[in-house]
Design a protein around this ligand. Structure first.
Ligand SMILES: [Zn+2]
Length: 658
């Protein structure tokens, strides 16, 4: 039995590595033994707090599905029937192998029949409705400048590798991935029935076209900037931007007939695609589309195709050598397509009201601490502080699960037709998406599943969202020591709130509208302070000497630093209401930082780490802990950090924003 206030819930003293000094490397001090004793499972690219909980959640979902697997008499159209039959269809590898390429034959035919630019664009639209495949994609989301309305967004897409740099750079890592991708294209095409020679010719065409698409693509640093990605246009001005596309036809075909305005996220990209539509032959476009269709369907077709897909996306990009067992892949697919049904089942069985009550308390303390921090900032002007506090009060909190669950009424799921199930679900979701264009914004909507181990802040909704699955140990436990809870989930909550007040958050007001509420002097001060953090993170390196990108990771690093600061204050508020005591020889403040460091513990394969640093706006785990720790005066005090310690930074080089 776990006792109240036992630090062992979440934190375990035996996970620490006492050979490492806290003041030199706090991440490895807290997690050293754990990292040694918990190697990455063969079928994963990383292993840590997030993934362990993810596994745990998967097991629970698996139990729920297994419980209904043999049930007779499940009514057709009931959530039980849909979940069960989707799962069974995905699991049936024998049937999938027998069917081979047959399930995608109608789509291959569609591509085969393309004869001119007009029918090409029509095919982009048809593929988009069933999950994408063309060089650009569409989404329906809140209008950034009118948060009560939905609007259609068009965004760049169309690459098979995860970032444009892989096509354009010639460093060792880009070349390694690019060469492997070229082999992957040929291998998939041969498996789908092309001869060796045909596959080689196709590969050359595909690489040439994707490289051109990559050149036209906006960089990942710019993609983070909301001003660079918001260009509202009428259909006629979009037609001037990309004249080769018959936009009325495209919009009608995707189900967005009659929309007047569209947000084009990357106008230069869309113009470049329009030029490519004229410049490249229809035959080459067909080759390109065929490739993307097969590549994106590979995981839902035969075992051989799935294996080849894994060889590139799993092994080359992430260093994983063993595929997940088929039940986990099948479960993942149910989760991707019937997430609402599975979420409802999950919450009913595994989320306690007690947890919801306790987390509310933590969040309340966080908000109180945040308000005090804002009021005490030395760099923000007084009017801006007032606006910040107002925005803070307007943040909506979503904890555990949504008030109303997504409906799947009218969706047909068969136990014998996996690919059909995927297509029906995609069409169903597309309809749901398009219906929103004619409705007011639903502020109660969640963009993350209750069964996902993660959290987010949304600029447009101005809400923080904490799904049931992350509200578990080691992030949070009703039975854990407060210090661990505030250090762990408290820092994560603080992180999410901080996004509402960072360089991008400063551009959205409390209602979620794109409206800068900072004075120029606030932005200047903020930029100056952020520069210290960019410089600090640019100095960190991972496998093969690849450097962390301080600019790309800036927003997340600010949120990490702010999150820990605010959570620390929130814990101090809690401490005043409870008694101070030492546990396992640690002071309350020391335990707070242990909680902070333990949620980020993670082993990561070097391939995955390289892909991570090159594409992900989050820094690698070690820097998400040691980085903020070496900036926080509270950490210096808790562990008596002094000059000469490896985490010591001179006061001038310490970043402080919140
Ligand atoms: Zn974040």
């Amino acid at each position: 039995m776990k006792k109240q206030n036992d630090t062992r819930d979440g934190f375990n003293i035996y996970d620490t590595d006492t050979n490492i000094r806290q003041q030199d490397d706090f991440y490895h001090y807290t997690n050293g033994k754990w990292l040694k004793n918990n190697p990455i499972p063969l079928h994963e690219s990383r292993w840590g707090s997030f993934l362990m909980l993810h596994y745990d959640t998967e097991k629970k979902l698996h139990t729920l599905i297994t419980d209904i697997q043999d049930k007779k008499n499940l009514k057709v159209g009931s959530s039980g029937q849909m979940v069960r039959d989707f799962y069974i269809s995905a699991l049936d590898m024998k049937r999938r192998n027998e069917l081979g390429m047959k399930p995608i034959a109608p789509f291959l035919n569609l591509i085969k029949k393309i004869k001119d630019v007009q029918s090409l664009v029509l095919t982009f639209a048809r593929l988009e409705r069933t999950g994408g495949g063309g060089p650009f994609g569409i989404e329906v989301d809140q209008d950034m400048k009118n948060s009560e309305k939905y609007i259609l967004y068009i965004y760049q897409s169309g690459l098979g590798m995860p970032d444009r740099d892989y096509y354009l750079k010639n460093d060792v890592e880009s070349l390694r991935v690019r060469n492997a991708y070229e082999k992957h294209i040929e291998a998939i095409l041969i498996l789908s029935g092309r001869t060796k020679n045909e596959a080689k010719n196709d590969r050359e065409t595909i690489m040439r076209m994707e490289t051109n698409i990559a050149k036209a693509s906006m960089t990942k640093e710019d993609l983070r900037d909301v001003d660079k990605t918001y260009h509202k246009m009428s259909v006629s001005s979009l037609s001037r931007t990309a004249p080769a596309v018959n936009w009325n036809l495209f919009l009608k075909e995707v189900g967005a007939e009659g929309v007047r305005n569209i947000v084009v996220m990357q106008p230069k990209f869309i113009t470049a695609i329009s030029k490519m539509l004229k410049k490249e032959s229809v035959e080459d476009w067909k080759t390109y589309l065929t490739w993307h269709l097969i590549d994106s369907a590979a995981n839902s077709l035969t075992a051989k195709l799935e294996k080849q897909n894994f060889a590139f996306y799993g092994t080359v990009l992430s260093g994983v050598t063993k595929m997940k067992p088929v039940w986990r892949r099948a479960l993942g697919s149910v989760n991707d397509n019937l997430d609402g049904l599975l979420g409802e089942l999950y919450v009913k069985n595994y989320f306690s009201q007690q947890a919801k009550k306790k987390i509310k308390e933590v969040v309340d303390d966080l908000f109180e601490a945040y308000e005090a921090r804002i009021k005490n900032l030395d760099w923000m002007s007084t009017p801006t502080k007032r606006k910040a506090v107002k925005k803070l009060h307007q943040i909506n909190r979503k904890l555990g699960y949504p008030d109303k669950w997504k409906s799947y009424r009218g969706l047909t799921i068969s136990p014998h037709d996996y690919f059909g199930n995927l297509i029906h679900s995609a069409l169903f979701e597309n309809k749901r998406k398009m219906r929103r264009l004619h409705k007011p914004v639903d502020r109660s909507e969640w963009f993350m599943r209750a069964q996902t181990v993660n959290a987010y802040y949304s600029f447009g909704m101005n809400d923080i969202v904490f799904p049931a699955a992350i509200l578990q140990s080691p992030f949070f436990s009703v039975d854990a020591d407060d210090a661990i809870n505030y250090g762990a989930i408290g820092s994560v909550i603080g992180h999410e709130i901080t996004h509402g007040f960072d360089d991008q958050g400063s551009k959205f007001n409390g209602k979620g509208n794109r409206k800068t509420w900072w004075a120029r002097s606030d932005s200047e001060q903020f930029t100056k302070k952020a520069k210290v953090l960019i410089k600090q993170f640019n100095e960190y390196t991972v496998a093969d000497g690849i450097k962390v990108n301080g600019q790309l990771t800036l927003g997340e690093n600010i949120a990490d630093l702010g999150g820990a600061s605010i959570a620390f204050d929130a814990y101090q508020i809690r401490l005043k209401k409870t008694a101070r005591k030492d546990i396992d020889g640690f002071t309350p403040e020391q335990r707070f930082f242990l909680g902070f460091a333990l949620v980020e513990r993670e082993n990561e394969r070097s391939e995955a780490q390289k892909t991570h640093v090159l594409t992900d706006p989050h820094s690698p785990s070690i820097f998400r802990i040691n980085g903020p720790a070496s900036n926080l005066p509270e950490f210096y005090e808790a562990f008596s950090v002094k000059k000469g310690d490896r985490l010591y930074r001179t006061p001038k080089s310490r970043a402080k924003i919140w």
